[in-house]
Design a protein around this ligand. Structure first.
Ligand SMILES: NC(=O)c1ccc[n+]([C@@H]2O[C@H](COP(=O)([O-])OP(=O)(O)OC[C@H]3O[C@@H](n4cnc5c(N)ncnc54)[C@H](OP(=O)(O)O)[C@@H]3O)[C@@H](O)[C@H]2O)c1
Length: 263
């Protein structure tokens, strides 16, 4: 019988690479869909830009033809922009939504078609706690991840009759190149009393002292092997507490707390 197969977008580095390595170590066949090649030969690289539909379709087609099956699709590729909304260019706003949200939509659309025919499969979306605790000066990033959560939930209902499950994994801070790759603008910082630089700087320090990508990879692996997926998964002990607070706190109070930390 052929090996279980996973396709991961953005496995050239960071969380995607750690997840790919964890799955490969357990015997899975793993394809990475990214613009650049990662360091490991055993992770099969297919060039792909998730912001381009044709590129996604060709890459997924190639992976599924080579493997003959698709057990797991992990929509992980992502990037961040930061800055005040009123000074965010149309181009950057579109880029943020195109890569993080529409990129996942394109992959899920193509992956779902394959999984529906075979009658099984799992689709994991790498989301962020910013989806439920929205971050000032990262409004579009937060919106892209909130969109991903809702998309995964609705898609999961659509695909359940075909044996396909979806799950969003909401992460807190992870130590990766994500921080250095962020597209930042501090335009208008003087108007906002220095809050843009202070808020994003705080977030960056928090990311760089965050958990390792290997810890996320372990959680992803457990979900990959699990029979029944939860709709949402928050990774990390303190994050469980945050999830609990999210469920019980009135939204006004929650936003005041976020304002106190990042406002
Ligand atoms: N790090 C954190 O603190 C954190 C927290 C919460 C959620 N997340 C989420 O976790 C995911 C992975 O982030 P990371 O921390 O591992 O960041 P990373 O180290 O910067 O890795 C990002 C990955 O996404 C790929 N990617 C970016 N744009 C792409 C595109 N247009 N087409 C295809 N691939 C693309 C990159 O590959 P190429 O450049 O080779 O294309 C790379 O492999 C993201 O969705 C991010 O939002 C991260």
């Amino acid at each position: 019988m052929s090996r279980k197969t996973a396709v991961i977008t953005g496995a050239s580095r960071g969380i995607g690479l750690a997840a790919a390595r964890r799955l490969a170590a357990a015997g899975w066949q793993v394809f990475s869909l990214s613009r650049t090649k990662g360091p490991d030969e055993e992770i099969l690289w297919i060039p792909c830009d998730v912001s381009v539909e044709e590129s996604v379709n060709q890459a997924l087609e190639s992976a599924c033809t080579q493997a003959g099956r698709l057990d797991l699709l992990i929509c992980n590729a992502g990037m961040g922009i930061s800055g005040a909304v009123e000074f965010t260019s149309e181009e950057d706003a579109e880029l943020q939504i195109n890569v993080n949200l529409l990129g996942a939509v394109r992959c899920a659309r193509k992956g779902a078609a394959v999984m529906r025919k075979q009658g099984y499969g799992k689709i994991l979306f790498i989301s962020s706690l910013a989806a439920i605790f929205p971050l000032p000066f990262q409004s579009l990033y937060s919106a892209s991840k909130a969109g991903l959560n809702v998309f995964s939930d609705a898609l999961g209902i659509e695909l359940a009759p075909f044996g396909i499950q979806t799950c969003t994994i909401m992460l807190n801070d992870v130590r990766t190149d994500f921080t250095g790759s962020r597209k930042k603008t501090e335009t208008g910082d003087e108007i906002y009393g220095g809050a843009i630089r202070a808020s994003v700087g705080k977030m960056e320090r928090s990311e760089q002292s965050g958990m390792t990508p290997e810890r996320v990879a372990e959680a992803v692996f457990r979900l990959a092997e699990k029979k029944k997926l939860p709709a949402h998964k928050i990774v990390g002990a303190s994050n469980q507490l945050l999830g609990f607070l999210y469920r019980i706190l009135p939204s006004g109070l929650m936003l005041r707390i976020i304002r106190g930390i990042y406002g």
